[in-house]
Design a protein around this ligand. Sequence first.
Ligand code: NAD
Ligand code: UD1
Length: 331
Amino acid sequence: MKILVTGGLGFIGSHTVVELAKEENEIIIVDNLNNSKEEVLDKLEEITQKKFKFYKYDLTEKERVEEIFSENNIEAVIHFAGFKAVGESIKEPLMYYSNNLISTLNLLQVMKKYNVKRFIFSSSATVYGDQGKEKYSEELSRGKITNPYGMTKAMIEKILEDLYASDNSWDITLLRYFNPVGAHSSGLIGEDPKGIPNNLMPYIMKVASGKLEILSIFGNDYPTPDGTCIRDYIHVVDLAKGHVKALQKAPKGLNIYNLGSGHGTSVLEMVTTFERVNNVKVNYKIANRREGDLPEYCADATKAFRELGWKTEKTIEDICRDAWNYEKNLL
Ligand code: NAD
Ligand code: UD1
């Protein structure tokens, strides 16, 4: 199949390109390199031993999107491109709404024009908001969303639902990711956020490598077994495989799937596992709770298994080993 992967040089997009390339697919990548580097393309070619057509275009420029569709007989689009930092979205809401919404609207309009109607969207578990559950299932409706980043995901989900209601010949899959972490086992691609990371796993790696001094664990007085927050971490390669399954197996129409492991890991468990598996020290201190954090947030991942035959295969140990293997290559 001829697939356009937007944001294909980013963290999740690049791993998905690797998995898609294992099948009989022709992959076209578009990325404006806002949060990625062109070297990733070379790494992808090294891992897969395949070449990919690459457009360094910004999806907010509709004529550029038109150009891609006019030059290629695209059959499906997997849409990763977008801004994703929660904190930054609170400071720069217009930037987030413009980029995430305009990119998506441009894509959908051009897809409609070229009669391309298979669309997979990177959504987020954040759209459930806080509903006081230990596990979130797709049957729950979207909840109260507390930041512009999350709002862009909820708004795009709604746009896609309205689009499908207007024309049910579209095949649309909304994938709600839990906490994507880890890296490719080759150590060639992974997550390398700019500046000081906000998320746990990149922060652990920067402390382990000595680039940052100490990890603050945000609260150890939550109602969880060790007092630290529990999340559903998913290895990025498992996540990437979920996209391949969605493309192959999702029923016709509009479908929503959680992509998570269904298992929770606490912050302390993550730190101690990282230390044990990699034989490195991660200095940490207990700090105040971070506003907006929930004690526990995990996927009910049974629907993706039932309908797509997909479940996570990698462990927290794999996550810690692969992430560190990638980080060491950056040193
Ligand atoms: P990423 O930043 O590594 O990748 C996104 C890519 O999109 C980047 O390479 C960036 O340069 C590109 N991009 C951004 N705006 C663009 C534009 N206007 N035109 C062209 N390219 C553009 O992020 P990621 O972690 O790989 O996330 C991919 C998707 O998954 C995003 O939509 C994100 O919101 C969503 N998601 C991510 C997480 C997570 O924790 N990483 C969780 C839930 C959902
Ligand atoms: C956050 C976003 C979510 C986004 C996800 C991407 C918020 C409220 N949510 O989720 O929308 O989809 O990232 O993966 O920002 N922690 C520490 N110290 C740190 C960093 C984190 O203790 O320096 C703890 C947090 O309190 C949390 C856990 O680690 O309990 C995971 O945090 P993080 O990686 O930021 O992910 P989420 O907050 O779950």
